[in-house]
Write a protein that binds this ligand. Structure first.
Ligand code: DQA
Length: 147
């Protein structure tokens, strides 16, 4: 049986590649998906989705309870504000890896706190879009180890 990894992206990440490329780089979410597919372990597949709406992201996390073995999430600015996304992730049983393209700790102090980190098995910051690949690898290895 194929195990699905859900990669979720929050607000403004649809503009990846166009928005502040000096911070977020020139690659797009399509590049992220392509690169992540290349590192999938045998027997795993993934979906990558993005929404500017908090409720949509919460609905996708609920859906993942039935369909996904793990979640890689870049909640964008909701990272720093959303107890509701934290609560939804707490209702998901598999591993969660939080990814930030930029090094949030080098930026404004309001980006230093993450609600999602209270739930995440791992947090990857500042590796550019390679952080998503690291997240996918980690989910594959945690899920494989858990059997
Ligand atoms: C981000 C960092 C957040 O602070 C910001 O609001 C984003 C992107 C990142 O990937 O570096 O939208 O999550």
């Amino acid at each position: 049986m194929t195990r699905m990894i859900s990669i979720l992206n929050g607000p403004n990440l649809n503009l990846l590649g166009k928005r502040q490329p000096q911070i977020y780089g020139a690659e797009t979410l399509a590049d992220v998906e392509w690169n992540c597919r290349a590192v999938l372990a045998e027997g795993f597949d993934l979906t990558l989705r993005q929404s500017n709406h908090e409720g949509q992201i919460i609905d996708w996390i609920h859906e993942a309870r039935e369909t996904a073995c793990g979640i890689v999430i870049n909640p964008g600015a909701f990272t720093h504000t959303s107890i509701a996304i934290l609560d939804a992730l707490n209702a998901f049983e598999g591993p969660v890896i939080e990814v930030h393209i930029s090094n949030v700790h080098k930026r404004e102090s309001f980006r230093h706190h993450s609600y999602v980190s209270l739930r995440a098995e791992g947090v990857i910051v500042g590796l550019g879009i390679e952080g998503y690949e690291a997240g996918v690898r980690r989910i594959c290895s945690l899920v494989t180890k858990a059997g």
